[in-house]
Design a binder for this molecule. Structure first.
Ligand SMILES: Cc1cc2nc3c(=O)[nH]c(=O)nc-3n(C[C@H](O)[C@H](O)[C@H](O)COP(=O)(O)OP(=O)(O)OC[C@H]3O[C@@H](n4cnc5c(N)ncnc54)[C@H](O)[C@@H]3O)c2cc1C
Length: 263
C-alpha cells in the first residue's frame, strides 16, 4: 500500500492497494473455516426479531442479524429495502494491471497520471507495492451488458489521439488480462437496516467509480446515521459531469436536486 498525494505537501493522503491484495489481507486475519463459499442467497425474509436467509445450495439460516454485503445487485436490498434497479451510466470501465516496464516510462517519475478528453478518462494509479501500475480506462458506450466482451479494436479507437505512450500501452495489452465492466451505480436507498437486517457497501450505496470512493465507503458504512449523508453526497458528486439533458436520459429516476448538473 502507498500514500498519495504526498502527505507533507497536502496534509491529507489517499492509500492505494490492489483489490486482490486487500481481500487477501482481510482473509489472512480471519479464523480458518469462517468464510463459507458457494452459498448464493436466493431469498431473505424479515421475521421482525430474526431474519431467515435461503441459499441456492439448500442451506437455510435464521439469525438475529444478517448483514447484506452482496454488492450492487444485492438480493437483500431487492427483497427488503428497494426494488429500484442499478442505473447504467453509459460507460465501460477497463482495468488492467501491467508491468512498469510496459508503460514506456509514463509513470517512471512516481506520479499518478490522469488523462481526459472526448468523454474518456484514463488513469494510471501506481501500485508501487507490486511494481505494477494499473491502467484504468473509462469510456463512453451504449452497451449496458454488465460484462461486455472485450474488443481491442474498440479500446484502440478510444486511445487514439491521447499521448502516443498510451496508444502503445493499449496496443501491447494482453486481452486475457483485461477486466471490462459496464459502469452502474444505484439511486439512494431510504433505509439501510431493519431490526434484524442491515445493508452495507455497494448493496446500500453503489456509486460511480470516478472518485475511487466505493470500496472505502463499504469499509466505513457500519452506521447509517453517520454514513448515509456522506455516501448520498458521494453518490451525487460521482454523477457530476453530465449535462442537464444527459441527466434526464441517463438517470431518469433521479429525484429533484439529487444531481448538480455540470456548470
Ligand atoms: C470499474 C470499477 C472501478 C472501481 N474503482 C474503485 C476504486 O478505484 N476505488 C474504490 O474504492 N472503489 C472502486 N470501485 C468500487 C468498488 O469496487 C466497490 O465499491 C466495492 O467492491 C464494494 O464492495 P462490496 O463488498 O460492497 O461489494 P462487492 O465487492 O461487489 O462484493 C459483493 C460480494 O457479494 C457476492 N454476492 C452477490 N450476490 C450474492 C448472492 N445472491 N449470494 C451470495 N453472494 C453474493 C459477490 O459475489 C461478491 O463477492 C470500482 C468499481 C468498478 C466497477
Amino acid at each position: 500500500m502507498e500514500e498519495w498525494p504526498e502527505k507533507e505537501a497536502f496534509k491529507a493522503t489517499t492509500h492505494f492497494i490492489h483489490r486482490g491484495d486487500f481481500i487477501d489481507a482481510l482473509l489472512g486475519v480471519l479464523p480458518e473455516g469462517m468464510v463459507k463459499l458457494d452459498h448464493r442467497l436466493v431469498s431473505i425474509v424479515d421475521n421482525g426479531a430474526t431474519a431467515t436467509a435461503t441459499f441456492a445450495n439448500g442451506a437455510v439460516v435464521e439469525a438475529d442479524l444478517i448483514v447484506g454485503a452482496d454488492g450492487i445487485r444485492s438480493q437483500v436490498r431487492q427483497h427488503l429495502f428497494s426494488d429500484r434497479a442499478p442505473v447504467f451510466a453509459g460507460e465501460h470501465a477497463y482495468r488492467i494491471v501491467i508491468p512498469q516496464s510496459d508503460t514506456f516510462g509514463i509513470v517512471d517519475d512516481g506520479n499518478f497520471r490522469m488523462f481526459m478528453g472526448r468523454g474518456t478518462k484514463i488513469y494510471l494509479p501506481l501500485l508501487l507495492h507490486r511494481g505494477e501500475p494499473s491502467y484504468d480506462v473509462t469510456s463512453l458506450s451504449a452497451d449496458p451488458s454488465p460484462v461486455p466482451a472485450f474488443n481491442k479494436e474498440e479500446l484502440l479507437r478510444v486511445a487514439q489521439g491521447f499521448d502516443d505512450k498510451l496508444v502503445k500501452i493499449t496496443e501491447g495489452l494482453n486481452p486475457a488480462q483485461v477486466n471490462l465492466r459496464a459502469v452502474y451505480d444505484s439511486d439512494p436507498v431510504d433505509r439501510w437496516h431493519s431490526d434484524c437486517v442491515a445493508l452495507i457497501g455497494d448493496a446500500a450505496q453503489a456509486m460511480l467509480n470516478h472518485q475511487g470512493q466505493g470500496a472505502n465507503s463499504a469499509v466505513l458504512d457500519a452506521y447509517q446515521a453517520n454514513r448515509k449523508p456522506v455516501t448520498d453526497e458521494l453518490q451525487r458528486t460521482s454523477r457530476q459531469g453530465w449535462s442537464e439533458d444527459e441527466i434526464k436520459t441517463v438517470f431518469p429516476n433521479q429525484r429533484p436536486g439529487e444531481i448538480a448538473a455540470r456548470s
